[in-house]
Every structure is written in C-alpha cells, then in structure tokens.
Design a binder for this molecule. Structure first.
Ligand code: UD1
Ligand code: CA
Length: 448
C-alpha cells in the first residue's frame, strides 16, 4: 500500500531559547527534522510533506535541499498538532493510501517501527510506549476494543495520569479518513488547541478501529531544550560509532570520532582518533583517515590516506591511492589517482592529474578578492615546495615548478618554470656583518 508522510515542524521550540526554529538545530550535522525524515526512507513514502510555520522559509529550504520533491504545507498559526495535520491534508486530496504523521523534533524513531505502523490494519494506529517516567506525555486509554482515546496530560484526571502507556505522537491512518477526522476536531480543551490526539476517539465514535503499536521509549525521545539536544547528540554518536564498527570500520578511539547523519564509510576503512565527519562525507573501503582530521562534503576513494591533521572541505574528491598529509587543506578540488600532497598545502578550485606530487607549502591562490579562479595541474607533474600558483593558471603534464616560485603564467607540458629572484652569494659577508653588529652592541652596553 502506498504511504504518505507528514512531518510536523511548525513549532517554535520556545525552550531552546533561540532565534533558529527548533527543527533546524543540528544533530549529527543535520537539521533535527531530517532525522525523522531519514528514518522513513526504507518505507519509500510515495509523498512527503513537511508542515512549516516558525522560520517557515528556512525550514522549507532545508527540506527541499534534502529532497527537491518534498512538499511544503504552511501553518501560519500554531493552533495544535491536529490543526498542523489539517494544513497538509489538501495536498493529499485524492491520495489513496495510508498517512503516517511524525514529529520533527523526535529524531530516533526507527525505520522498523515505521514499517510496522505502515502495515498495521486498524483504521487508526498510534505509536505508544511504556514510559519510565510518564511526565507530561499524553496517556493512551485502552480497553479490550483497542485504543479508546488519548488524553493529554493537561486534561487528564489523577486516575488517567497514573497510566504509564504514553503517546509518542506518531500516528497512522487512511488518508481520506484522516482528512475527515482532523477537519472535525474541536479546540475545547485545557490548551485551547486542535489536538491530533483526538483522532482515535473520533474514529471509534464512528465505529471504526483504533489500536496501539508499541515501540521502545528511546525511540520517542523528543528534543525541547539545548540540554536535551546535547544528550541526543551523545546518543546519536554512540549509535553511529557502533554501526560503523559493525559495518567493518576500525575506529581506534571510537569515543573521539564524530559522525554526521549521512556519513558513509566502507568496510576495512581505518579511522584514527579525533576525527570529525561533517555532512556529506563518503569514504571507500580500505581508505585510512589518520587522527585529528576534519572532513566535510568530500569523497575519499579506496586506498587513499588522509591526515593526520588534514582538512577536506566541500568538493574535495580524492581518487584511489591519493595521499593527503598533515596540515593540508583541500577545497573543491579533484585529485586524480596516486596524487601526493604531503604537507602544509592549500588546494582550492583545482584539478590535479594522476601521480602528480605537490611539494610542501604549495598554495593555489584561487581568490583575487572578488572572483574565484581555477588551477589545472597535469599528470605526473612536480610542484616544488612553496610554489604559489596564481589562478587562473595551468601547469602541464610532466612539468616542474622550482621551489619558491610564484607561477602567474601557464607552464607547458614537460617544461621547467622558475619564477623567483636569482640567488646572489657574497663570500665572507656574513662574518663581517656579524662582527660589525656585535661591536655596535658592545658600544651600547658601555654607554648604559
Ligand atoms: C504531543 C502530543 C502528546 C505526546 C507528545 C509526545 C498532541 C496534542 N500531544 O505533545 O500526546 O505525548 O507529543 O512527544 O499531539 N507542531 C506543529 N504545529 C502546532 C503544534 C505543534 O507543527 O500547531 C509540531 C511541533 O513543532 C512538534 C510537534 O508538532 O514538532 C509536537 O508538538 P508539541 O507542542 O511539542 O506537542 P507536545 O505537547 O509535546
Ligand atoms: Ca514535544
């Protein structure tokens, strides 16, 4: 059966005490709401709708950056979770299938759990959990007939508050039924909001079925404060480290390695201590990332080695067996097979041909203060230490630049380019100079 997903992400998140909407705060390098969205990937929803409100444009653009096909529904005023869902339903007019509603601030929901919701048979299915401390969660009131209703903490009696079966917020129902039920909600309750949680009782009143599917409490963890965000980050990282090791990645000091939501690392890759993966990093099998590297938006191929202390920025493409050593920064540059950049170098907006060697201290001068320019270096070239490559510039195949050169003109294939002042050597001059200086120092000491 086809599934449509609705992610509620319109709330402000007052307790974050932030100008940024809550769902845009980062967890594992990705906006919070993208986690719940990613968890739905395995069920391949036919439609995905994000309901935005606070900071709506920013949330909408983060969503469409992730997936251009995501649809956006706007909720101008936050009148409750039921009202939020009602804003999305017109987009699903004519959609045949089930709708699953998830919250943007609940990142740990598992794909398997969503799968069991998608295939549940009741007319309305709610994801519930046994809470260690039920606190202010909505309570699930059940009987032999299934789920009778959900009562919000604010509206609950003492007896209802004693129930430990709680509402995660995730709900699934037939699309047409859900549209109908949210349209009929009232806001006659303690919060004066249109509660999505009134949907199961409304279904039951029509003689339809409502049931609970259970999940682990850890999956329902919602983020409301910065402290909760920090705890969630620790949980996310712990899970990501275990997953990487299960996938056959060696982590020398797992607790010091930080992953992003979309980090992909191949089997038998080795990651040293204190490595940070920002968003968009892929590492192929057998590559090695030595300690203290910072990687973002880059691809590292099989057999390549990076670091220690290397920084790969967005658009760094390392082909097989490339070596990038210490204190090297690479941005928006393609390094072909076997390229070696051992030390103290900046490569930006460059293409380096296979088996070229880049000497220590080489810098692509890619920015003139207004525009960025490209540097093209051919295969099997040798860039001498401390070469400044003033872009736009090309160095041909098998060419050589002398150490300390400032290369401002193209260097043809197989040519040697020297672009530095010629050396002048004066015999004995150093000794005489030092003698003079020492004498001056002695005279000054006498005077004082
Ligand atoms: C909700 C449930 C509660 C459940 C709890 C689980 C309701 C009425 N209550 O309460 O039963 O135990 O989650 O965490 O559903 N949102 C909008 N528009 C709105 C209101 C909320 O988009 O008008 C979004 C928020 O951004 C958030 C989500 O819906 O992502 C949940 O809203 P929130 O106000 O946090 O609900 P809770 O009070 O936690
Ligand atoms: Ca909440």
């Amino acid at each position: 059966m086809s599934v449509a997903l609705i992610v509620l992400a319109a709330g402000q998140g007052t307790r974050m005490n932030s100008d940024l909407p809550k769902v845009l705060h980062k967890l594992g390098g990705a906006p919070l709401f993208l986690h719940a969205l990613a968890a739905t990937d395995p069920i391949e929803p036919a439609r995905r709708i994000v309901v935005v409100g606070h900071g709506g444009d920013a949330v909408a653009s983060a969503a469409t950056r992730q997936d251009p096909e995501i649809e956006i529904a706007r909720q101008e005023q936050q009148l409750g979770t039921g009202h939020a869902v009602a804003q999305a339903m017109p987009l699903l007019d004519g959609f045949e299938g089930r709708v699953i509603v998830v919250f943007g601030d609940t990142p740990f929901i598992r794909p398997e759990t969503l799968q069991s919701l998608a295939s549940a048979h009741a007319d309305v299915t709610v994801l519930g959990f046994e809470a260690e401390d039920p606190a202010r969660y909505g309570r699930l009131v059940t009987s032999e007939a299934g789920l009778d209703r959900i009562v919000e903490w604010k509206d609950a009696t003492e007896a209802e508050r004693a129930i430990r079966l709680c509402n995660s917020g995730v709900l699934a129902a037939d699309a047409r039924l859900l549209a109908d039920l949210v349209a009929g909600l009232s806001n006659d309750n303690a919060a004066g909001e249109y509660y999505l949680t009134d949907v199961p009782a409304a279904a039951r009143a029509r003689g339809l079925s409502a049931e609970v599917v259970l999940c682990d409490e850890a999956e329902t963890l919602g983020i409301n404060t910065r402290a909760e965000l920090a705890r969630a980050e620790a949980l996310f990282q712990a899970a990501a480290r275990s997953r990487a090791m299960e996938d056959g990645v060696t982590l020398t000091a797992p607790e010091t390695v930080f992953f992003a939501l979309d980090t992909a690392i191949g089997r038998d890759a080795i990651v040293g201590p204190n490595v940070i993966f920002g968003p968009g990093v892929t590492v192929e099998s057998g590559a090695e990332i030595k300690g203290f590297c910072h990687l973002e938006g880059c691809h590292i191929s099989r057999g390549a080695s990076v670091g220690p202390f290397a920084r790969l920025r967005p658009g760094a493409e390392l082909a097989e067996d490339v070596h990038v050593g210490n204190f090297v920064e690479v941005k928006n540059s393609q390094l072909d097979e076997g390229v070696k950049v051992g030390h103290l170098t900046y490569l930006g907006d460059a293409h380096v041909g296979e088996h070229t060697n880049i000497g220590a201290g080489t810098v692509t001068c890619n920015y003139d203060g207004v525009l960025k320019h490209r540097t093209e270096i051919g295969p099997r070239a040798f860039i001498g230490s401390d070469t400044m490559l003033v872009a736009p510039v090309k160095v041909g195949a098998g060419a050589l630049t002398a150490s300390g050169s400032v290369i401002t003109q193209d260097v043809p294939d197989a040519a040697l380019a020297v672009a530095r002042a010629r050396q002048v050597t004066k015999p004995g001059l150093a000794a005489r100079l030092f003698e003079k200086l020492r004498a001056a120092k002695a005279r000054r000491a006498k005077k004082d």
